[in-house]
Design a protein around this ligand. Structure first.
Ligand SMILES: O=C(O)[C@H](O)[C@@H](O)[C@H](O)[C@H](O)COP(=O)(O)O
Length: 317
């Protein structure tokens, strides 16, 4: 389902309160659930704060307690420490799920998330993870050739996939010879075959594919995958994969998993770093009401949700 869409002109600081005058500036409310101080060492709240080893140095992280629906939130003092923890989380999950069902389905977004996966391609994980059991997919992809600098596949290949011994047949990228419409249909058909042959699990509740792990970033406007604020694609209820030709983030033509597929996941990790994401993150994780809903606020997996934040992204919580 793709239709005409006008990117919202308001930025996150001028979001409109629909219950009153349409031009009220958006003023974030104080979080009901937690407070985060900029200096992680001073965190002393509903949180569990600890030191862990990171490349020989001691690193700080703080775990924040949020309502169950918002998942487990961990704030790291640097992106480097975030990347170390993200690699351990992914490798541990891979080991656990491979033992249970002898395979592991992993979905990647594009953007800075991919760089934060770099530690997986280093010792100990490059040797300890059973890469032959991995099947890799994309939650969204730009409709460009695979060797184009905008390609999410190329980004993942350069940072990560080229450095691990994953069978090439287990890397499920889109068909870049097709139009956006056809690439979305083709990807959906391939997912259906892989559900049928049980490579991908299926949600008993929704009937949508149930991936073991989705690793996703979030844009500064609160978008996830290629589902943008105010765009009709966030309403899609039937399709597994949709296309967009008017993406506000270039390039304009993309394909994306729909929200029902995203939310049927067994595990979602949302990885958010940098001060440019702080306002959207505040909206997503606190109890802000009466604003236009951001796509990231609609993430509610059947399974577990884990947030990996750096302290810049968490600075407004
Ligand atoms: O292809 C894409 O553009 C992405 O999949 C997109 O959803 C991305 O993950 C976010 O925009 C965050 O990107 P950054 O972390 O680079 O801001």
């Amino acid at each position: 389902m793709a239709s005409s869409y006008h990117a919202p002109s308001a930025n996150l600081h001028t979001l409109v309160n629909p219950s009153s005058s349409r031009s009220l500036p958006y003023i974030p409310s104080t979080s009901r659930f937690f407070t985060v101080k900029h200096d992680l060492s001073s965190l002393n709240l509903n949180s569990h704060s600890e030191k862990f080893k990171c490349g020989g140095a001691r690193a700080s992280m703080a775990e924040i307690v949020t309502p169950k629906s918002k998942g487990k939130v961990t704030v790291f003092d640097t992106e480097e420490h975030l990347a170390v923890s993200l690699a351990k989380y992914t490798a541990d999950l891979s080991n656990k799920i491979c033992q249970e069902r002898n395979s592991f389905t992993v979905v990647l977004s594009g953007g800075s998330l991919v760089k934060s996966l770099r530690k997986l391609a280093e010792p100990p994980y490059v040797d300890s993870v059973d890469w032959s059991k991995w099947n890799v997919f994309w939650v969204d992809e730009r409709v460009v050739p695979k060797d184009h600098p905008d390609s999410n596949y190329l980004l993942a290949y350069n940072v990560f996939l080229s450095k691990i011994p994953i069978p090439p047949g287990n890397v499920h990228s889109i068909n870049d010879a097709l139009s956006a419409e056809n690439a979305a249909d083709d990807y959906e058909t391939r997912l259906k075959q892989l559900v049928k042959n049980k490579t991908i699990d299926q949600s008993e509740t929704t009937g949508f594919p149930k991936f073991d792990l989705m690793l996703m970033g979030m844009g500064p406007d609160g978008h996830i995958a290629s589902l943008f604020p105010g765009h009709p694609l966030i309403q899609e209820k039937e399709k597994w994969v949709c296309f967009i030709k008017d993406s506000p983030k270039p390039p304009s033509e993309r394909i994306s998993f729909t929200l029902p597929v995203i939310n049927s996941s067994a595990n979602i990790a949302l990885v958010v770093a940098g001060s440019g994401k702080a306002t959207a993150l505040h909206i997503a994780l606190s109890d802000v009401s009466n604003i236009d809903v951001l796509p990231v606020q609609l993430v509610a997996p059947e399974g577990e949700l884990a947030w990996f934040l750096d302290k810049e992204a968490a600075s407004k919580l």
